[in-house]
Design a protein around this ligand. Structure first.
Ligand SMILES: C[S@@+](CC[C@H](N)C(=O)[O-])C[C@H]1O[C@@H](n2cnc3c(N)ncnc32)[C@H](O)[C@@H]1O
Length: 227
């Protein structure tokens, strides 16, 4: 552990992580880049959403997975905490001539009405939130989904070879990079008991599988009568 930082507070982490994501997406913005969409992954979600349905890509980054459903007949909305990511998504929607919305916002307090979305994608978002962030975001996603709406999320294992010199472990166990190129990145492995507990929070599990590289893919359905 970094000896200069024995601990780090929640507000300090918030500032660091926002700066980290803005810095990352600024680099993309300079080159107007977009990584290829995770088409295979998004295809796990879309069969559960009727054509024309409203799909939220939460923590969308530059929007590669927002644009994909938008292009094939779904109404797509991308939301991200980073102003730079949202600017990138707006540019990419324009360039790709896809109709969709790019919203600046926080997964922990979603700026949408209850029961308004048919599907939500959270690709590599939840492993960058702390425990409270995960709980709050899952409640928010549940709230904005229509009954029987679906959530597809991915969770990465902790990366290998993290140098103890560049990270600090917060009191609640999350790991925060405090130096190096990943300075400001927060990572947390969502514990198994929190996944199991989702069944008590109104979710039915439709799929739980791992990719060859060890990422976990969970497909969850909001319990309830469709309206
Ligand atoms: C690893 S990137 C994944 C980007 C995109 N989903 C993809 O797969 O290409 C994580 C994204 O989550 C965003 N993010 C982090 N915390 C967030 C929060 N509380 N609310 C919304 N977005 C957040 C970051 O700005 C970043 O764009």
């Amino acid at each position: 552990m970094n000896s200069e930082h024995n601990s780090i507070s929640v507000p300090e982490t918030e500032t660091l992580t926002r700066t980290y994501w803005d810095r990352l997406w600024s680099r993309f913005l300079r080159h107007q880049g977009m990584i290829a969409p995770s088409g295979k992954l998004v295809q796990l979600l879309l069969p559960h959403v009727s054509r024309g349905g409203l799909v939220l890509d939460v923590g969308c980054g530059e929007g590669r997975n927002t644009i994909y459903p938008g292009r094939i007949g779904f109404r797509a909305v991308g939301l991200d905490l980073s102003r730079k990511a949202v600017k990138l998504l707006s540019n990419n929607l324009f360039e790709e001539e896809v109709r969709g919305a790019a919203i600046l916002g926080d997964a922990r307090r979603l700026p949408f009405s209850s029961a308004s979305f048919h599907g939500v994608l959270a690709h590599n978002l939840f492993d960058h939130l702390d425990g409270n962030g995960f709980t709050d975001s899952m409640e928010e996603v549940w709230r904005i989904l229509r009954p029987e709406g679906v959530l597809l999320m991915t969770l990465d294992p902790l990366p290998e070879g993290i140098s103890e010199k560049e990270t600090v472990r917060r009191d609640d166990g999350v790991c925060v990079f405090v130096s190096g190129s990943r300075k400001g990145m927060l990572i947390r492995e969502v514990p198994e008991n929190e996944i199991v507990d989702l069944a008590n929070r109104g979710w039915n599990q439709l799929k739980d599988e791992r990719t060859p590289r060890g990422s976990r893919i969970l497909l969850l359905k909001k319990r309830g009568q469709s309206v």
